[in-house]
Write a protein that binds this ligand. Structure first.
Ligand code: AHR
Length: 504
């Protein structure tokens, strides 16, 4: 039996809701069809956003949405996506599938989507192929409420009020699709471009995100911080609020990737071990950040994460459409536990991507919509949003060894909300074995009052014909004892427990 001791006297860090953020790119059927169908569609919509998808997303309490990319961001010229739709430029989406981008979803539509979702906004600017002027004018267009050429243009296009831009990314993957730059060159560009990301609304300053590393490119992190912090006065507030990190799990590596639904037990464990590599990445990039920013004022922004498989057979390879099984539920559970545990440094994370692309929470087919196993895990974990991470220690955990890959059978994270309710999320990585976990507390007695689980045969997934094969269901395999709680985790499962203090 594993033992989870929860030190509820020790709050470690605050879990920013944005750790549960999402990402939507002009890629495949994410924006078009997946979210936006246009006002004239027969699919029920409000101002072009499909109602079924928005309603499902609202249940996740989406805290923040990143847009328009991704690689698309560094080819996106925002002025193509404003004004009357019939006059908007049609162009080829060169990066993703070579399809026609008619720009019918642009800045106004993005803010309408964010309004409907009730979420914060994360705009990614174009450094790779855009100018400083273009970026600076976009910020003016979105956020300036006075009299200016861009604010006037926004008003002419039907939006009187300035919007709030909560987060702004200065480029994306500038080591790759965002311009193939060297870190020192990008860092100089960051210094320059960010200067003109003006804070027109001092009461709502924009959180500026500098383009960070790919996976374990620690040289990028170090060089970018070196160059950006050289000659930068310490009091230069708002110069760099966040530094990004991208990491995708490819079970068989970048070239082959691997099937989303057909894999053996070895690939299951390899995938989960690769998901847990996120812990090492966050730790090591975090240590470099600590040397420049010991007070952890700069947030680590993991604005792209998730599984990336070979696309579904018969679909456009440029659309990155993939299925999602119980394995993805585990990847989500493991990764979100890692982010919670590092919430002193990780301030936002964006699952890639929201609908129909990579590890989506929702898949659509015409007017049909299904929730993926990952959706259900995000729903379970929503209780961690805005909580305080509690110190916790998991002992006597079995290590599972499969070839050279090793994973702990159980991982966990624990938070407390403002009402004193504790949320515990536990993953059982074993394909075959249930595992008992005994929960104990440093202070007082607690009882489980609500619990759910996402589990199933490891390849199980939802389809448009069978949409509820994998879903969040009530969980009852726990015993509230005098001072402890015993839980039995089924194999291949993500379990969420809510506990309240009781007098004994
Ligand atoms: O999410 C798909 C792509 O992955 C993004 O466009 C890019 O930033 C990353 O390489």
């Amino acid at each position: 039996m594993a033992k989870l001791h929860i030190n509820n006297r020790k709050k470690v860090s605050h879990i920013n809701p944005e750790i549960y953020g999402h990402f939507s790119e002009h890629l495949g059927r994410c924006i078009y069809e997946g979210i936006y169908v246009g006002e004239n569609s027969e699919i029920p919509n409000i101002n072009g956003m499909r109602c079924d998808v928005v309603e499902a997303l609202k249940e996740l309490q989406v805290p923040v949405l990143r847009w328009p990319g991704g690689c698309f961001a560094d080819e996106y010229h925002w002025k193509d996506g404003i004004g009357p739709k019939e006059t908007r430029k049609k162009m080829i989406n060169t990066h993703w599938g070579g399809v026609i981008e008619d720009n019918s979803f642009g800045t106004h539509e993005f803010f309408e989507l964010a309004r409907q979702l009730g979420c914060k906004t994360y705009i990614n600017g174009n450094v790779g192929s855009g100018t400083v002027q273009e970026m600076s004018e976009w910020v003016e267009y979105m956020t300036f409420s006075g009299v200016s050429p861009m604010a006037d243009l926004r008003k002419k296009n039907g939006h009187e009020e300035a919007w709030h831009v909560d987060y702004f990314g200065v480029g994306n993957e500038n080591w790759g699709c965002g311009g193939n730059m060297r870190p020192s060159y990008y860092a100089d560009l960051y210094r320059r471009y960010q200067t003109y990301v003006r804070n027109y609304n001092p009461e709502h300053p924009i959180f500026k995100v500098c383009g960070g590393a790919n996976v374990e490119d620690y040289h990028w992190t170090k060089t970018v911080l070196d160059v950006t912090h050289d000659h930068t006065p310490k009091e230069f507030h708002g110069f760099m609020d966040g530094l990004s990190l991208h990491y995708y799990v490819h079970p068989e590596g970048w070239e082959i990737k691997g099937s989303a639904t057909e894999f053996d037990d070895k690939v299951w464990y390899k995938t989960l071990a690769k998901a847990l590599f996120m812990d090492e990445l966050v730790t090591k990039h975090g240590k470099i950040m600590d040397t420049y920013d010991p007070d952890k004022k700069i947030g680590m922004i993991v604005d792209e994460w998730g599984t990336w498989y070979t696309c579904e057979p018969g679909t456009n390879p440029g659309f990155l459409y993939q299925q999602s099984t119980v394995r993805d539920a585990l990847v989500a559970g493991l990764t979100l536990n890692v982010f919670n545990k590092h919430s002193d440094r990780v301030k936002m994370a964006n699952l890639a991507q929201m609908v129909n692309v990579l590890q989506s929470v929702i898949l659509t087919d015409g007017d049909k919509m299904i929730k993926t196993p990952t959706y259900h895990v995000m729903h379970q974990y929503r209780y961690h949003q805005d909580g305080d991470l509690l110190a916790s220690d998991l002992a006597d955990v079995t290590m599972i060894q499969s070839e050279e890959w090793s994973v702990p059978q159980v991982t966990e994270s624990v938070s407390e909300d403002t009402n004193g309710v504790i949320t515990v999320t536990l993953n059982n990585c074993s394909i075959t074995d249930a595992e008992k976990v005994e929960l104990s507390f440093a202070d007082g007695c607690y009882e489980v009052f609500e619990a759910s689980v996402v589990t199933g045969e490891i390849h199980a997934h939802n389809t448009f014909d069978a949409p509820e094969v994998v879903k969040e269901v009530p969980f009852a395999d726990y015993v509230n004892k005098d001072a402890t709680v015993d839980v039995t985790l089924p194999p291949a499962s993500v379990t969420m427990l809510r506990l309240k203090r009781v007098a004994r």
